[in-house]
Design a protein around this ligand. Sequence first.
Ligand code: 13P
Length: 260
Amino acid sequence: MNETKKLYLFANWKMYLGLEASYVLAKNIKEELANLNNGITMAVFPSTLALASVAAELKSTTIKVGAQNVYWVPEGGYTGEVSAEMFAATGAEYALIGHSERRHQCHETNHEVRQKIEAALTAGLTPVICIGETASEREAGSTAEVIETQLRSALGALAWRDGLPLLIAYEPVWAISRGVNKPGGHCSAVEAGKMHAVVEKIARELTGIAPAVLYGGSVRPETIAEYLATPHIAGVLVGAAATKFSSWSEITAAAVEAWR
Ligand code: 13P
C-alpha cells in the first residue's frame, strides 16, 4: 500500500475522438471508474472541441480534465487559439504543454513551450511538461542533450506556483503509436526508468521541487504493470489505448492492482 506517493493515470485522447464519442467515453469512465484508490489521480485530455462537455460530465467526480494545448495570451485576436484562462474557466485543471506532436507537427519551439508553461501557471492550470527525443536524435546519441535542453528551456529560473505539483511526461517520440493497432517502438520500462532518473535530477536542480515523471509511448494493458513497478515512473500518459473504454478500463484495473 502506498500511502504517501501519488500515481498519475493520464489519458491523452489526441484527435481520435469527436464531440459525441468523447462524451460517451467520459460517461462510461464516470459510471465505471470513478472510485479509484487514494493517491491515484486520473485525468483525461479531450480535444478542445469536447473539453467543456467532458468537464461538465465529470464535474461531480474525482476524475480531472485537462487541455491538450493552450495559447499564452489570455484573450484577443488570435484566430484558432484558446487561452489557458479559458480552459481553466471551463473546468480544466491540467494542460499538456509541448507534446511531441505539437513540437514536430506544428513546429512548436522550446521558447513557445516556455511561454505556454508560464501562461498555464498564471491561469492556475498544472502544466504537464512533455519532453522526449526523436528516433534520429536517439540514433545520434544525443538523447541526454535533447532532454536537458528541453528541461532547461522549460524550467530554468521559473517561479513555480505554490501548491501545484511539478509534472513531466517523458515520451520518447520513437515509442509513440500511430493508433491503437499500430504501436510505436518499444521503450522498455528499464530504459524509461533510467531516463526518468535523469529527468528528475535535472528538474529538481532547476526548480528545487521533486517532480513526478510520467511515461508515455505505446502503453497498453499488457505493459502498464511493468512500467508502474519501475522506480522513478510516477504514472503514465496514454494515447491510443486510452481512447477505447475497454482498454482504458483494463489499464486502470492493472494500475490499481499494481498500486496495492
Ligand atoms: P500512445 O499511447 O498512443 O503511444 O501515445 C502516447 C502519447 O503521445 C501520449 O501523450
